[in-house]
Write a protein that binds this ligand. Structure first.
Ligand SMILES: Nc1ncnc2c1ncn2[C@@H]1O[C@H](COP(=O)(O)OP(=O)(O)O)[C@@H](O)[C@H]1O
Ligand SMILES: [Mg+2]
Length: 465
């Protein structure tokens, strides 16, 4: 992640929508569950307390009405503390002596006055007690009754009740998360489908993206994208038609000029005029070459019909290519060698394969020095079939390596005669048919500037068998 991205993605605003949704949902659920527990605790606490208070009063009254007083049933201390058993105390009428108690170990004196109160005692083991002191009976010698219950037990009960109440919410959390996860996953899957669609587009003839499985929220984006694609298509078509028409219109007059020049040759006086004439002829040849390149460029840009191609024998194809370029080799006295060690076949249109190799060999012949050496090798490297075109020219400066495949780019100071379109055409033709072109300066691993020549390597696609 870059610095900027790390800055943008703070923990509460992660870049993933899924994480963001889950984060907020979990937070919301936790807050909701805690609030429910708290409110239930308050509400049920009240309920539980009132109900237990009523019971205490009833118990106290059942003892107060008895005359003579019945003895309270003994309870174990443990029962009083952890199970909230009532502790009943029977006091003498003046409150001075404890006559009977269901748990004598609990030393809580008779409270002054009557009714409910909460007691905090120093003894940490059983510190908090709810106490109900019955009011004195109508006769002066009637015993006094006091009932106690452990307050911690009462709180525990209220809390347990409240927790039970919020259990559904707690159970809902994982279910909600799972559902959210599935929804977001399916949404991002359809986004990935769109992305795959976009990635597999042929940039020269992009087709509309399918809206079939796209969620409604993303549909406008895809729609807008399709709109853009339509405009790109039409812009491409316009540009291609213009180039094609222009090149086509230029072709005929240029051919006529070529013919006229051919006819004129016999009438040119020797000396400076011949020299000028040769320059003129070279210029016309170059223009014709450029027109042909432009035409093949615009043909490449046309939307392609998907048709299965017959397998082409690469060795035969290379031999044809070399022999056709022999004129250029002879003119520049370049020594051309051909070596075919393997005989791969590639299922692709022969014309496109030719335009890959023609342009690479043409370059090698053009940029090799006068009287230089060019080698074409068909062999295997690391188990893969490759075609190497080697020359002993200046090579390509490292800083221009990245641009030589651009249309109309020429390395400054390159020999006259080129248009800067050859490698662009070769690369497009190669990529459309699963071939890959790699350029490397010989001897210097491409690190230095110009080396002792260039190696253009074409990786052929793997053919079965
Ligand atoms: N074999 C080579 N040796 C040196 N430079 C080359 C070689 N092949 C291509 N280049 C450089 O790359 C540029 C682009 O090549 P290309 O697209 O074929 O256009 P063109 O040959 O018409 O100039 C050339 O102008 C040249 O500078
Ligand atoms: Mg070229």
């Amino acid at each position: 992640m870059t610095d900027g991205a790390a800055q943008a993605a703070r923990w509460w605003r992660p870049r993933s929508l899924r994480t963001r949704l889950l984060l907020w949902l979990i937070t919301l659920h936790l807050v909701g569950a805690l609030a429910t527990v708290w409110f239930s605790f308050l509400a049920f606490g009240n309920l539980v307390h009132n109900a237990l208070d009523d019971q205490m009063r009833l118990v106290a009254e059942s003892y107060a009405g008895n005359d003579p007083a019945k003895t309270p049933r003994p309870v174990a201390g443990e029962a009083a503390l952890s199970r909230g058993a009532f502790v009943v105390q029977i006091w003498s009428a003046d409150g001075g002596t404890l006559r009977a108690s269901s748990w004598p170990a609990l030393s809580v004196p008779l409270q002054p006055g009557d009714g409910f109160r909460n007691l905090s005692m120093d003894d940490p083991a059983h510190s908090n007690w709810r106490v109900f002191t019955a009011e004195p009976g109508p006769r002066a010698d009637q015993p006094r009754v006091q009932v106690l219950q452990n307050e911690d037990y009462r709180s525990r009960r209220a809390l347990r009740r409240a927790l039970l109440e919020s259990l559904p919410i707690a159970l809902l959390l994982p279910a909600a998360l799972l559902i959210l996860w599935l929804i977001v996953s399916s949404a991002s899957r359809s986004l990935r489908v769109v992305a795959r669609d976009v990635a597999s587009q042929d940039e020269r003839s992009p087709t509309d993206l399918s809206l079939a499985r796209v969620p409604e929220e993303i549909a406008p984006l895809v729609g807008a994208f399709n709109n853009l694609l339509a405009r790109v298509r039409s812009a491409f078509a316009t540009q291609r038609r213009f180039v094609q028409d222009a090149a086509h219109e230029l072709r005929t007059p240029m051919a006529a000029i070529g013919l006229q020049i051919e006819n004129l040759r016999a009438h040119v006086p020797a000396g400076e005029a011949t020299e000028r004439f040769n320059q003129l002829e070279a210029g016309v040849t170059r223009a014709q070459h450029l027109i042909e390149q432009l035409l093949s460029l615009s043909r490449q840009d046309a939307p392609r019909r998907a048709t299965a191609s017959e397998p082409v024998d690469i060795e035969v194809l290379l031999r044809e290519s070399v022999s056709q370029l022999m004129v250029l080799a002879d003119a520049r006295r370049v020594d051309v060698g051909f070596e075919g060690r393997i005989t791969p076949v590639v299922p692709a249109p022969a014309a496109e394969l030719r335009s890959v190799f023609d342009n690479l060999i043409d370059n090698a012949l053009r940029y090799a020095p006068e009287g230089g050496v060019v080698d074409v090798r068909l062999h295997e490297v690391d188990g893969h079939a490759v075609v190497d075109v080697l020359d002993n020219g200046p090579g390509i400066p490292a800083d221009a390596m990245g641009r030589v495949f651009d249309r109309f780019f020429r390395v400054p100071g390159s020999a006259a005669g080129g248009s800067g379109l050859g490698l662009a055409i070769a690369r497009t033709a190669a990529e459309r048919n699963g071939l890959r072109i790699e350029l490397r300066n010989r001897g210097d691993d491409g690190a230095g500037d110009a080396g002792p020549g260039l190696m253009a390597r074409v990786h052929l696609p793997l053919t079965p068998g």
